[in-house]
Design a protein around this ligand. Structure first.
Ligand code: HEM
Length: 134
């Protein structure tokens, strides 16, 4: 493996291909599409940022220093119900694009991150607001 800190072996080209296929599906998705359309107008810039995010998370290439938790909370219309749809689509693209082992490792990482982001969103209630106990 070229990078001893990498979580598993995947190339940058693989990451870029997965990201591009994934967001092509997201744009077509009836539920996720409109949420992204409301926030992203420069798709190439968004996809480049997401490639850097995954290169950081998987390959430990230190080139993303954003704060996804804050970005998702601030978006205001990203809900915890969206995560199952997002992860399901992501898993399908991984399975189509990558060898089984790589796909499984990346999926496990995405689900771990997704759980953390979702928990963060569920704690979003503004100060003084009545908690949503549904
Ligand atoms: C494991 C699940 C997810 C991961 C790893 C992830 C990752 C990211 C990252 C890294 C960004 C860029 C943050 C930045 O600007 O620095 C982002 C932005 C965004 N994500 Fe997610 N995301 C996930 C789930 C979701 C879900 C379920 C939605 C629901 C629709 C969503 C909607 C968005 C939107 C709309 C933006 C753009 C926000 C903006 O630029 O204003 N994400 N995501």
């Amino acid at each position: 493996m070229t990078n001893p800190l990498a979580q598993f072996e995947v190339s940058r080209d693989d990451i870029a291909r997965v990201v591009s296929r994934f967001y092509a599906q997201v744009r077509r998705d009836a539920v996720l599409g409109p949420v992204f359309a409301a926030h992203v107008d420069d798709w190439p810039a968004h996809e480049e940022k997401i490639v850097r995010f995954w290169a950081n998370a998987i390959l430990r290439e230190r080139e993303y220093d954003g704060n996804p938790m804050m970005v998702h909370k601030r978006a205001g219309d990203v809900t915890s119900a969206h995560f199952a749809i997002w992860l399901d689509l992501f898993d399908k693209v991984l399975a189509q694009e990558l060898p089984d082992e790589t796909s499984r490792r990346w999926s496990a990482l995405a689900h771990r991150i997704g759980r953390a982001l979702k928990m963060g969103l569920e704690m979003r209630a503004p100060q003084g607001a009545v908690p949503n106990l549904r």
